[in-house]
Design a binder for this molecule. Sequence first.
Ligand SMILES: Nc1ncnc2c1ncn2[C@@H]1O[C@H](COP(=O)(O)OP(=O)(O)OP(=O)(O)O)[C@@H](O)[C@H]1O
Ligand SMILES: [Mg+2]
Length: 407
Amino acid sequence: MRIILFAGKGGVGKTSVAAATGISAAESGRRTLVMSLDIAHSLSDIFALKRNLMDQNRGKPLKVRRNLWIQELDVQEEIEKNWKDIHRYISTLFNTTGLDEVLAEELAILPGMEEVSLLLYINRYVKEEEYDAIVLDCAPTGESLRFISIPTTLEWYIRKIFKLERALARYVGPVASRLYDVPVPGDDYFDAIAYLFERLEGVDKVLTDPEVTTVRLVTNPEKIVLKETQRAFMYFCLYKMSVDGIVMNRVLPKDLNDEYFKGWKEDQARYMESARDYFNPIPIFTVHLYRGEVLGYESLRSLAQEIYGDRNPLDRFFSSEPYSLTKKDGEYHLTMKLPFVAREDIQIDKLGDELVIRIGTVKRHMVLPRQVMASKSVRAKLKGQRLSIHFKGDKHEGEERKREPKR
Ligand SMILES: Nc1ncnc2c1ncn2[C@@H]1O[C@H](COP(=O)(O)OP(=O)(O)OP(=O)(O)O)[C@@H](O)[C@H]1O
Ligand SMILES: [Mg+2]
């Protein structure tokens, strides 16, 4: 099983490149599903499918060719299936606050529901082995970052908050609901959440296993787009996902000698050069700017040909371990590849058995082995693209040392 995520800034060509990759994988004989979270449903447009075909399919996979399926999630369908009890409680809650019922229902769509629904599918497909490859057409960077942070956030929530909330609702709930006149979630709500977690079990391992999942960043040779690509790259590293390729889309063709494009071509050449510096040794696949939009099977096929040539699109084009935890002389070292961050942007805290790494507004909780977190001091150093965290002297050893002088 192979999962490839295509991520990048809005409009850079993610859906086109994802669809092209799906076509190429399917033609090489692998059962391939191209999935999209995009509510604009551009996947069906790109394959030039009739809209009603997709609508009738209500978010289920649709076979478009031999070995090739596409799936566009239908949020309303997913809520019906996975979130009924949770959604019901939240909309009642909003409703009691005086909101109109229809509006309350709309608002009760929690951020993240779509992403969690997608994770549920991925987990199911991996377990059922229905497909050999899943190609994910991600939402623009910001949202896809939320997507990749969900497994760790959920794990944290269930460990720290869920049990507490459930106990609170059980013991304090009846009093609270009398005092404050708000509905307190009942067992249906908590059971639904627990069941959801059960079905998500293991999906974080799938996404962070570089043998299974890799990320390809789609970008353009432009200043702002490249900046965002660098940032996305760093966040994927933070969440332990492997980036195995950069797709540089919309490069002006070499033989375009029009005076009008001269300055543009020079800029592009410069940005391409700096992209090679940034991302080296991760391979960069270039795609030229087409004469028109890339629509329909044949255009996508030629796009795939330009990206991959004779290579298998499902190969892993680059492998490196984003994290490593080693032990040397009884002390632990955690090294993490975090390109494109400055020292002042990183904040590290130790909270019980977890390490909280904050970079700008993004935060990641990392649960580390008990022996590591028992260390008395944590020191971090940023060297080039590597953040290394040194855990010094565990409590036990410290106590030994303290006792020594007495002997
Ligand atoms: N190399 C290219 N040459 C010409 N047109 C292109 C190229 N790549 C993509 N396009 C066109 O650019 C438009 C946007 O592409 P696409 O929908 O794949 O981007 P996206 O990153 O998925 O956008 P969004 O963030 O909105 O989902 C489409 O009309 C597509 O046909
Ligand atoms: Mg898209």
